[in-house]
Design a binder for this molecule. Structure first.
Ligand SMILES: C[S@@+](CC[C@H](N)C(=O)[O-])C[C@H]1O[C@@H](n2cnc3c(N)ncnc32)[C@H](O)[C@@H]1O
Length: 330
């Protein structure tokens, strides 16, 4: 498409667009078959597939929010790095707080009435976009057919219900999937999925309302929080669990530091630096910048869970894009 047409569609001046599009051609997103005419590559055309509509929300969230936060990371480290584990509220001493000039936590900020339409609802759709391609891979790791009619699976912080709906398609009929999240998120989710039960629940306020479920499932929740707050989230689940209940945590879990220690020389590094490492690195940095949190290693997960009275039964899919830690009450 000629730049004049793109400019008209986007409502942006040609010269600014050319600069941007040429940068994207440099990383193989779009190509310039003739001067000032741009075309899709196999990388960019994916974004026109309706299946990836919510992936655009994720990209816009990254550009509008995460990139801005990244610019404040060094300032946050200068101010707080040596105090991160000691300050009273490490989750509020972040590059996010500096970038957005707020004392609120990220989630309180994006779900506040003035920000929910620009940031909150888009973030929730972005979480769906982030998982669109990963869901089957993540769920094939676990046998969801062992549960029977009347059993409950609770997805805590389940967002718009995209994960719960995928599980609902894998369990036997009569197994109830309960998706819990903050009230505004639940309202947004209800309009999308009807194969799950939505329930407003703030995991910092009050007891877990579903007692004795077979599974309490946390996907991409604990990586958002420092250890002490993870314990606050986990304790009500421990109390709600029966002896045969399972806690399932879906995160990216690396077995130990040998996952990283591959750089004996440049060739080793290039051969061994796969997508999982890049993904783990980017995610861990993102959690650090926004939340003062991180992706955890196997040993860190064991320590955290042990401190709240859980024992790890098994870890499925070490060092894959997604892993599942299965734990029970000690
Ligand atoms: C990173 S998203 C993960 C969403 C979903 N589990 C997934 O895997 O795509 C974190 C989720 O935690 C939810 N959350 C944050 N604070 C919460 C709270 N206090 N109580 C319940 N849910 C909360 C957010 O609304 C969001 O849906």
């Amino acid at each position: 498409m000629p730049i004049a047409d793109i400019s008209k569609n986007a409502g942006l001046p040609e010269n600014r667009l050319v600069c941007l599009l040429r940068q994207l051609t440099a990383v193989n997103i779009f190509r310039e078959p003739s001067p000032r005419v741009f075309a899709h590559t196999s990388a960019s055309v994916v974004l026109t597939d309706p299946k990836f509509a919510y992936t655009m929300d994720l990209i816009l969230h990254k550009v509008d929010v995460d990139f801005k936060i990244a610019g404040y990371f060094s300032e946050a480290v200068d101010l707080w790095a040596d105090k991160m584990d000691n300050v009273q509220k490490p989750e509020l001493r972040t590059a996010f707080n500096l970038a957005f000039k707020t004392d609120q936590h990220f989630f309180d900020y994006i779900y506040s009435p003035e920000n929910i339409s620009r940031y909150g609802e888009r973030f929730n759709r972005g979480m769906v976009g982030e998982t669109t391609e990963l869901l089957d891979e993540a769920f094939d790791l676990y046998d969801w057919t062992v549960f029977n009619t009347g059993d409950k699976i609770v997805d805590i912080g389940g967002g718009l219900g995209h994960v719960g709906a995928n599980i609902a398609g894998r369990v036997k009929s009569g197994v109830e999937i309960v998706v819990q999240d903050q009230p505004s998120v639940i309202e947004q989710g209800r309009t999308i999925h009807d194969s799950v039960t939505f329930q407003p629940y703030d995991f910092f306020h009050g007891e877990q309302p579903v007692i004795g479920a077979k599974v309490y499932y946390l996907r991409h929740i604990l990586h958002d929080w420092p250890d002490e707050i993870c314990r606050t989230i986990l304790r009500p689940l421990h109390q709600a669990m029966d002896s045969d209940s399972k806690l399932l945590i879906c995160e990216l879990v690396v077995k130990d530091d040998s996952f990283w220690a591959i750089g004996k020389n440049d060739k080793d590094l290039i051969d061994g630096w796969g997508p999982e490492k890049r993904h783990w690195g980017v995610r861990s940095m993102t959690m650090s910048m926004i939340f003062n949190a991180k992706e955890r290693t196997d040993a860190e997960w064991h320590k955290l869970l042990d401190s709240v009275g859980f024992k790890v039964c098994q870890v499925y899919g070490y060092s894959l894009d997604q892993s599942i830690i299965e734990a029970a009450k000690q």
